[in-house]
Design a protein around this ligand. Sequence first.
Ligand code: DC
Length: 215
Amino acid sequence: MNYVIAIDGPAGSGKGTITKIVADKLNLVYIDTGATYRCVALASLRNNIKLEETDKIINLAKTLDIDFDVNGHTYLNGEDVSNLIRSHEVTNIVSPVSSIPEVREIMVDLQRKMANNKNVIMEGRDITTVVFPDAKYKFYLDADVMERAKRRFKQNEEMGIESNLDDIIESIKKRDYNDMHKPVGALKRTNDQIYIDTTHLTIDEVVEEILKNIK
Ligand code: DC
């Protein structure tokens, strides 16, 4: 019997890093659903589609071939876009793009197909509530805004992306608001998620906490 571990949480809560480690330890397929929305945003930019042109974004989303390899690289129509989808340009528009209900329908469908017949660990904003509400294990990872901004700043530095901490704080606050107030697929805390505040925990401690709950 295949199973799903679903992890939700706000931007910078450590979901990506933690999920990859747990996937390796338990030999699970890792699916970063944020990357699927980032691919739609990147493709929209490349096709010079404006955010108001929602019909065009929806039609484009239907045609995209989005895939991940075993190393967690993201492919858009066969091209490795793992770094490109983390650019400021994409980050700035991805939340409104992911708020379009029809885009979400297409992506949720794709995400469910990616999990077909596999043991997966999937992270995002609506995995525990919409994509796999019946997942065997459901987690919500959180951290305070300042800590999340510092983590994103460090991540950018490591990827050679220039950034400013104040700008990141503002952008995280804006994204939190958008992510929590979407008409469909909003980030939500529920009683059946295991809640982990990672603000004062190391990566290893969070991984430990997750593994403890899975066992
Ligand atoms: O996790 P991330 O920062 O790469 O996500 C990018 C955007 O996509 C973010 O603004 C929230 C949105 N998203 C979503 O709406 N639903 C998901 N399951 C995953 C991400």
